[in-house]
Design a protein around this ligand. Structure first.
Ligand SMILES: CC(C)(COP(=O)(O)OP(=O)(O)OC[C@H]1O[C@@H](n2cnc3c(N)ncnc32)[C@H](O)[C@@H]1OP(=O)(O)O)[C@@H](O)C(=O)NCCC(=O)NCCS
Length: 194
């Protein structure tokens, strides 16, 4: 049992939405993480690295995430259905700049759970937590140019496109740009499930 402290002391986990529960990752999640993060449909739009993730890296990530949450630094969470057992993906809120309330969000789902509004629902819960409970001011998100699905998730929440970084990723024999999005607290539009 990890208790959150510092800036995250007020956060109560699991974070519940209408259909989802967001909780800290556990070592028992590692087989799920390895199976789905390395699935090409997830890996390609998510990771800029070229090698698949290996078990020691995932174990270290789980431990690091639990430690960062307990110290009140960042919140990397597993996304499950409300039953708490069916693991569907992950979402993270990293806060490099607490002084200015400035964070970064990323997310992914195993492909069999796509197209049901789950990413929008989880991301909306994280933004609500960030702006309402943690009094943050802005959240950034970065999306490779070939990922319109993720851009749609961000736009629904009120994120605005703020820029484009050229040639960030070399994949499939060519360079790809990364599109930068930002959401200010005042522009946030919570997404309700379908
Ligand atoms: C991106 C991802 C998280 C979206 O998950 P999801 O649960 O299917 O997303 P949602 O159902 O909440 O919303 C997807 C939206 O994109 C829309 N969409 C789907 N395919 C699209 C496409 N090719 N172009 C534009 N929009 C698209 C959907 O219609 C939906 O919008 P709507 O609710 O207005 O209909 C999921 O596809 C994923 O895990 N991808 C791999 C990892 C990844 O890309 N992570 C994000 C890195 S920035």
């Amino acid at each position: 049992m990890v208790s959150l402290s510092g800036r995250l002391a007020s956060v109560r986990l699991p974070l519940l939405t209408e259909r989802l529960a967001l909780r800290l990752p556990e070592l028992a999640d590692v087989p799920f993480l390895l199976r789905w993060i390395n699935e090409p449909a997830v890996f390609r739009p998510l990771a800029s690295r070229h090698r698949p993730y290996k078990r020691p890296e995932e174990v270290a990530w789980v431990k690091r995430s639990r430690r960062a949450a307990s110290k009140g630094e960042n919140l990397n969470l597993a996304i499950t259905l409300r039953d708490g057992r069916t693991h569907v993906g992950g979402i993270g809120l990293e806060v490099p700049d607490w002084d200015n309330g400035h964070g970064w969000m990323g997310y992914w789902l195993a492909p069999k759970y796509w197209h049901q509004g789950y990413a929008s629902e989880a991301a909306s819960a994280i933004c609500r937590l960030a702006f309402r409970d943690l009094a943050m001011h802005r959240i950034d998100a970065s999306v490779f140019e070939f990922n319109p699905r993720s851009m749609r998730v961000l736009r629904k929440l009120g994120f605005k496109r703020e820029g484009r970084k050229r040639d960030v990723l070399f994949r499939g024999g060519r360079w790809h740009d990364e599109v930068s999005f930002g959401l200010l607290a005042r522009d946030f539009r919570p997404v309700e499930p379908r």
